[in-house]
Write a protein that binds this ligand. Structure first.
Ligand code: SF4
Ligand code: SF4
Length: 221
């Protein structure tokens, strides 16, 4: 046996008390024995409950999805692929958005466009929404204003494959309301004429879809 094991008090520094060696629970008061603090907590809960039921003060919560908050027109929500006035996709498959994307979630396959002035269009344009961080760099990088963002934040997916959104979904009708548009170039400084042109293009796509025209004309370049 060493000397320290034989005399543990030798480790004790002068003036420093030893740690307590036994547990002594704090004795409960009579109120604590009768669960009165619990009733005090329940009172707070019930006060908020009745205030919300009888609306005696403004509620901070909303009944989503029936009620929705208004978000800024710079909100970075679900992406939109914009169209030309003839309804074809505006994207020219230059890959700048995919290159700028920090999440590496844009997949493009380019095809040759029949118009030599356009040269290319995206045969496949997919965004993996579960990888996307909604930074808006793709919008900033695009030279054609072919990709913008919306105020739409309804993105619930039941499978991994559903989260990979293709070209036609990116041109879906929820984008037609300019009030639901989000982050996009030169907003709010953009000219009214430009906004009207976009609106006209959206209307054309909506009308074509309502008539049941083949998606190929709408979605293909
Ligand atoms: S918002 Fe950002 S992360 Fe999402 S696709 Fe665009 S560049 Fe990629
Ligand atoms: S969306 Fe814009 S940046 Fe991306 S490939 Fe199309 S034209 Fe290029």
């Amino acid at each position: 046996m060493t000397e320290l094991e034989a005399r543990p008090e030798a480790l004790q520094l002068p003036g420093v008390q030893d740690h307590p060696k036994e547990v002594r629970p704090r004795p409960m008061s009579l109120g604590e024995r009768l669960y009165l603090p619990l009733l005090a907590g329940m009172t707070v809960t019930l006060r908020h409950f009745f205030q919300n039921i009888f609306r005696t003060r403004e509620r901070v919560t909303i009944q989503y999805p029936e009620e929705r908050r208004d978000y800024s027109h710079r909100y970075r929500g679900h992406h939109i692929l914009t169209t030309r006035p003839d309804g074809s996709v505006r994207c020219v498959a230059c890959f700048l958005c995919a290159t700028a994307c920090p999440a590496d979630c844009i997949h493009i396959e380019a095809g040759e466009h029949h118009d030599v002035n356009v040269e290319k269009y995206p045969v496949v344009y997919e965004i993996d929404m579960l990888r996307c961080v909604f930074c808006g760099y793709c919008v900033d990088a695009c030279p054609e204003e072919a990709i913008i963002m919306s105020n739409n934040y309804d993105m619930a997916f039941y499978s991994r494959s559903q989260s990979i959104v293709g070209k036609e979904d990116l041109m879906k009708p929820f984008t037609f309301d300019p009030g639901k548009l989000g982050y996009r170039p030169r907003f709010p400084e953009e000219e009214e004429k430009r906004a009207a042109m976009r609106r006209e293009a959206f209307d054309l796509v909506a009308a074509a879809k309502a008539k049941g025209e083949p998606q190929s004309r709408v979605a293909a370049g």
